[in-house]
Design a protein around this ligand. Structure first.
Ligand SMILES: Cc1ncc(COP(=O)(O)O)c(C=O)c1O
Length: 386
């Protein structure tokens, strides 16, 4: 594959560049050409010969291997799921809860990482503790590491669940510190990695992560409805599948035997036919990102977000995203008192073909590595002085 620099501003590889300055990779990403090609190939093959003479199922298995590699897991620890929510709900429902157990999370999670826990809390008499966000003197919004560790340390806490990067503030949590703390105390640690996987380092071994879930439709540059879930090998036997169908079992293709023995790997969480076209497209995107390397992509996203922040500050905008070396992410949240945020958002979209996002009353921009410096400067230029 060509080097990273060849993809920057390359509209053949990223057709979105022809029409839009797109900064909502923390929302729903555009597809790179390789992923769109995978869909086209699938459609042509499916129309001409069904599954015959295709490598679909082998290719989906190689997505499992590629996803494992991205997070330093083993392929046996990866389940293919339909979205982050399905993975998190599988984890929440897969654990045997006791009344009085505690689950700790933040009060600023995306709901995919809230409702599954509220659900089990209500059903099993578990307490869900939601830690509030604070605002620093510099205006940055964060849930302090210490409050997470304090909640993890509570004797009844069984599990801590966090987004690696919070969707509205862009705060990146120190997974290595939290994971180590949890492991040393025998607490489970679950991560929603949709805002980092593929573009910022995720290492489930070094970070002592027990469970993880991420759909592919943001930074991984995949389609919606195709994601991955990780379950640490040692936890596989004690984590029950949420949905049981024909595929969870060891002899899935001996249809009439009804040999109800669950697979020993994370494939036991997969209940029936895969979203084959979605997984083939995601595989193409993951392979593109993997060929460039997470470190190089992270460096490029840091450069673009730093440039954006310098420009926003110069225009008078408040930056709400923490930017310390261990807290920054691809999400830049910003605000002004001088204008209505909705008007800014709509004007950028309608008059300038620039797409950002509005989240929790904040403006949010999330560029990817292929965006150009000139695009970033155009966004800054089109924003009204704050
Ligand atoms: C942190 C986080 N988790 C999950 C999701 C999406 O969940 P799902 O993949 O279930 O659609 C989002 C999307 O906005 C998100 O920001």
């Amino acid at each position: 594959m060509p080097p990273l620099a060849d993809y920057i501003g390359n509209a053949d590889a990223f057709p979105i560049l022809r029409k839009w300055d797109f900064y909502n990779h923390a929302g729903v990403c555009p597809l790179p050409r390789v992923a769109a090609d995978a869909f086209r190939r699938y459609a042509a093959e499916a129309a001409a010969g069904a599954y015959l003479e295709t490598s679909w199922y082998r290719d989906v298995e190689s997505l499992r291997t590629a996803a494992a590699k991205l997070m330093n897991a083993a392929r046996e620890e990866i389940a293919l799921v339909k979205n982050t929510s399905e993975g998190l709900a599988t984890i929440a429902n897969g654990i045997e809860w006791q009344a009085g157990d505690r689950i700790a999370t933040t009060a600023v999670e995306y709901p995919a990482n809230v409702y599954p826990w509220m659900d089990v809390a209500r059903r099993f008499g578990v307490e869900l503790v939601m830690l509030p966000e604070e605002t620093n003197e510099d205006g940055a919004k964060r849930v302090p590491l210490q409050s997470i560790l304090d909640a993890a340390a509570h004797p009844r806490t069984r599990l801590v669940t966090l987004s690696h990067v919070e969707f509205a503030s862009g705060q990146r949590h120190d997974l290595a510190a939290i994971g180590r703390f949890c492991r040393e105390r025998g607490k489970l640690f679950c991560v929603d990695a949709i805002q980092t996987l593929g573009v910022l380092p995720v290492d489930v071994v070094a970070m002592n992560v027990d469970y993880l879930s991420a759909d592919g439709h943001k930074w991984l540059l995949g389609p919606e409805g195709a994601g991955v879930m990780y379950c640490r090998r040692e936890l596989l036997p004690q984590t029950r599948p949420l949905l049981v169908g024909w595929m969870n079992v060891i002899n899935a293709e001996q249809y009439g035997d009804y040999d109800f023995i669950l697979k020993p790997t994370a494939a036991k969480f997969e209940c029936g036919s895969w979203n084959v076209p979605g997984f083939l497209a995601l595989k193409a995107s993951v392979e593109l990102l993997a060929s460039l390397g997470v470190e190089a992509i992270a460096e490029r996203i840091k450069l673009l977000t730093d440039r954006l922040i310098a420009g926003l500050r110069a225009k008078g905008y408040a930056i709400l995203s923490p930017r310390n070396p261990d807290e920054w992410s691809g999400i830049v949240s910003f605000a002004t008192q001088a204008h209505d945020h909705g008007t800014i958002f709509r004007t950028l979209r309608k008059e300038h073909r620039i797409e950002i996002a509005l989240r929790e009353g904040r403006l949010r921009a999330s560029p990817h590595f292929y965006n150009t410096e000139a695009q970033i400067d155009r966004l800054i230029d089109r924003l009204p002085p704050a």
